[in-house]
Design a protein around this ligand. Sequence first.
Ligand code: NAD
Length: 552
Amino acid sequence: MANTIVHNGTVRVPAPYNEPAKDYAPGSPEAVRLYAELDRVKGEVRELPHVIGGERQFDGEKVDLVAPHNHAHVLGRIPKADEKQVQAAIDAALAAQESWANTPWYERVAIFLRAADLVSGKYRDELLATTMLHQSKTYHQAEIDACELADFFRYNAHNAAQIYEQQPTSPAGQWNVMDHRGLEGFVLAITPFNFTAIAGNLPSTPAMMGNTVVWKPSEKSALSSDVVMRLFEEAGLPAGVINLVHGSGRAISEQAMAHEQFAGLNFTGSSAVFRGLWKTAGVNIEKYRAYPRLVGETGGKNAIVAHSSADPEALLVAMVRGAYEYQGQKCTAASRVYIPRSLWEAGLETKLVETVKGLKVGDITEHETYVGAVIDEVSADRLADALERAKALASHTLLAGGTVRKDKGWFVDPTLFVTTDPSAFTMKEEFFGPLLTVHVYDDAEVEWYDLLKLVDGTSEYALGGSIFARDHAAITEALSVLRNTAGMMYVNDKPTGALMGVQSFGGGRASGTNDKTGSPLALQRWVSGRYIKENMSPDLDWTYPYMGTSGN
Ligand code: NAD
């Protein structure tokens, strides 16, 4: 750390703020700049490396990276790490640990503040273009993803400062200090495909707190993860602090989690994978030098619950945006809705069906597109299967969509079912696609309390949720009955769109360890406290007055 700056002063981290999102209206200056970047990325086949101890390694069996809305288009290739490369990544993380842990915290934080400015400036277009083309996000969805990455860095810098500020009191004659140490060993970060921001956040959160990391990004978003890794380096992150290895999540995690210096897992992805990783930690528990920290933010089955006093127009907007933006591939996407018959039959059904049928599905570089392709063929097939199962049920009526097309891209038409069976699989399981199921309840018969109990008990997940009502007593009752149903509950708003520093996300039950990504709670998981007491005037007599011998 030759370049460490030592300040004689109490350091204050710049106040965090949310990066303002640009509009990308057709022909706007930001859109014109982005068209050029989209053309540049489309015109290349990028050979992406592992980055281990600052070295780029290209060897390994290759995996093609394609555009989901045009799967014949190969955008790049990643190598699959073998055991030697995974071992090298672990060794590089362990080798960098001491000097990184001893780097003043404000120096570490400064790197990520520089990274935030690189996101909002120099790398913004490249982040958007790679996220759009490889993850099939529209202009708007890719822009809010990039903004969230900058927000994570700025809010986490602020949150880190808050943690370091937590110090014990020092009575007369003592000076007590809390040393917020990083963990001993390395942290494994495994990231999902659906947010470039989460991919950048999971390795950087432990790193900011003095840990070194092995990062396994999703192969379904590797193009944007490569941009994130380059901007970490450009911001000044020393070699070995974050080591990126591409390849099989199962193989990399099995090897890394069998290492005695495995110190923690920062995971976001599906509940099934997280449960498997937890078991792996259990099997290896006797090997570890310390109990590892296991952090996982996982699936969701997010409900919108409408009361008879709800504003139907606001409800319609929340359903359309909440369920179909980014093809429903958000952990907080709305996927089950409870609507009172009085609203449904007073025009809401007709308007909703008309709106869903009108959503344009297609190539995300076309401005009118609202719904792009789902991420891969496995996802398209899983959704096709769910649609067929639902169509076969007498309790389900298909109101819109219901078709999957795989010829050019993996397109699933925005699909709307209405069901008379509130405990059907469509009301319970996560599909991670543009599929919304509505249960119409008879508000003349069903008590609001009973409906809320049904909502709470239907699914194993507890991530996001929305309550729509104008009657305040109904809102209060819903907030009470649904207290453990969601880690993020929205009133008269859609369940998606958490804004860092304002609503940090995370949920309980099968949805995760609820460590509230982007908040001080999430950073707290990556430090291990050490109290230091200095006695300013050590006792010189070992006896106590009660013994009657003191001073003899
Ligand atoms: P996924 O679980 O398939 O993959 C996540 C990561 O785990 C990827 O890097 C993948 O390669 C790796 N992986 C896959 N199988 C593995 C295994 N057996 N062992 C170790 N690693 C393995 O999830 P995904 O499809 O990338 O993302 C979608 C899921 O993520 C959804 O369930 C969604 O709800 C969830 N998600 C949750 C949040 C949240 O904050 N709660 C946020 C985003 C996404």
